[in-house]
Structure formats: C-alpha cells, structure tokens
Ligand binder design. Sequence first.
Ligand SMILES: *Cc1c(COP(=O)(O)O)cnc(C)c1O
Length: 366
Amino acid sequence: MPFGNSFLPNLADVRQEVLDAMLRRPISHRSAEFHKLFANIQTGLRGLFGTERPVYVATSSGTGMMEAAVRCAPRGRILALVNGAFGERFARIAQACGREVDRCEIPPGQVPEPSAVAELLSRGSYSAVTMVHSETSTGALADVRGIANVSRSAGAVTIVDSVSGVGGAPFHFDDWGLDCAVSASQKAIGLPPGLGFAVASADFIRNAADVSDRGVYLDLVSFDAYAQDNETPTTPAVSLLFALEVEVAEVEREGVEARWARHDAMRTSVECWSSQLQRDTDLEVGILARPGARSPTVTVLQLPDAMSSDVLITDVAVRGYLIGSGYGDLATTSVRLGHMADHTVEELAGCLSAIAESFRAIKRAR
Ligand SMILES: *Cc1c(COP(=O)(O)O)cnc(C)c1O
C-alpha cells in the first residue's frame, strides 16, 4: 500500500524518507556523533512537547513510559481519570506498581471535567492524577491544562499520557504547568514503533529521587542525568533515532503550529464529512467523542445498526485504504481512523470517500 493510504489509529503511516534513514550503519551512543544526533532531535521534540525541558528518549513502547512516570510519582494515593482503555491502563499500571488508586470513571466519548475532578480531589488526599490527553480508544481529547490547574491547587502532580496527542495536538508542557508527560514514536510523531518519550519538570525529577522502587531501565531520574550530556542511560535504538532526526527536520520545515493546524483541519474535515453523509443518506454514522472534545488525530465512527466493523474494514481495504476496528467493547460497532503525523487533508478526503462508497455498497447489498 503506498504512503497516504493507511489510516490506522495505532500505527502511523511512515514516510519512505524516514524509513530509509534507518538503513544507516549504527553509531556508538557514547560518541560525539551521537551527542550531535541527540541534540538535533531535542530541538524538534521540545517544540512538539512545548517545553524547554529535555525530552527523554527510551527504547520502549508508550506503555513503558506510562509505567516510568507512575513509578517516579510522589508517594501517596493516585487519582486515575478513566475515560477509555488507555486511562484504564494507567490505573492498572499504578496498581501493579503497588500504588493505591482511585478511579474516576467517565463514559466513553466524554472527557474529565476540571470542576468535577477538583471536587474529587478535595475529598481525598492524592499525590498524583493520571490522565489521557487523546484517548485513542474513543477519539476524545481532554482539557489537560484545566485538569493540571485543579490538580496543582490540590497539591497533586499531573501525569499525562499523550501518546496519540503529541505531534498532532497542541501541547504546552511548560505553559500548562505539567509535571510529567509521555508519548511514543508510532502515533502522531510519525515513526515506526519502538521509542518512548517523556518530559518531566525539574521538581518532579527532584522529588522522584526520593521515591524508592523506581527500578533501573525506565528510571526517569537517570534519563534526566544522561540527557544533560545528550545521552541515554543504556544503548538506544539508534536506527530509530536516525529516523527521528529526519522527521524532526520535517517538523521544523513545516513548523509546529502548522503541523497542529493541519491536524485540526483533518478533524474538521471528518466532522463535515460525517454530517454531510448523514444529510445525503439515511445512514446513521456518528462520531463517538462529544463535539468540542474531539481528537485531531483519531476519530471513532459509530456504525449504523447491524453493520459490523469487519465488513466495512474489508470493503474499504478493497478500495485501497486501511482503517482500524473499534477498541475493546466497541470493536464490532465502530471503526477508528487515525489521521495523524504526515497525513494531509487531501489524503484523508480520499479515505473518507472510500468509506462513504463502502457504506453505500454495503447498504445496497442488504
Ligand atoms: C498507543 C497508545 C499507548 C501506548 O501503547 P504502546 O503499545 O505501549 O506504545 C498509550 N496510550 C495511548 C493513548 C495510546 O494511543
């Protein structure tokens, strides 16, 4: 399948130039050449995270960085905001790491409201709040700044999973006053899977040094120390860093704000397309996430009654496009589109017309 035809929610469509970069002979991660590579990618990554802090780079998937963040969190009870599968994963990780966790359950497609979270925080004593920025299982985009404000007032740190957000959705780690945020290479950043990213405030790292049981491999305190010298604590996936260097050059060429605007335009075009489709046909095709809280990188489309996701996905594939099934309980009744990283509005329009044709063809065949 050529570039521009894969709209999976869990895997970016990777540009050939980025893939080609991985064929270079690896270099030692303790060499001057590596220091230069690391410094180069920092500039682009800091732009995507909206920070002047170092961005830690780990050879790990996103989940590894979620675990790293939780293990470095200040001792005490954790409030986990759960509005989908990845919010639930954060809660589960915290429990598995021996933390006491209270869940705040929010219906799929909805997002945590700062006032409701403030209320919960006032009733208990929490050291940290975990939340998901772009909930890839539902396509909802949460108000990270709003939640961080109420957490800070309650004396809790905010830990954000922005695995499908950073790279596509505006993110301002410093201005929003965040404590720790994590992401990964294979979503809106547009790389193959294999790298995890994290940013932590200076205070978060200082406090983490006093937290026991941080482990070794994903200890953010050690990532912070090594990042000062443009290095990683252990041998990184250097080939992926070569790929990242090419992608951050593209980020700088396009501009971070323009990259975010392009994603915003993709969200809008899916919204327009779905209302147009409902007007033109009697098909009930809804977007799961509530208006005003929709991710610019992932859309979950709710299918008309009695249409199953695998029938649609197969028909769309015949028309040359790859889309994903719903997640968990929503697997058969919805499909997910990932419009992220280097996708354009034009490529997305091609995918959306293929989906519309499939809807009509499946309806005719009934
Ligand atoms: C993909 C994803 C993750 C992490 O998944 P990995 O498979 O561990 O990289 C975490 N949170 C969200 C919101 C995601 O989309």
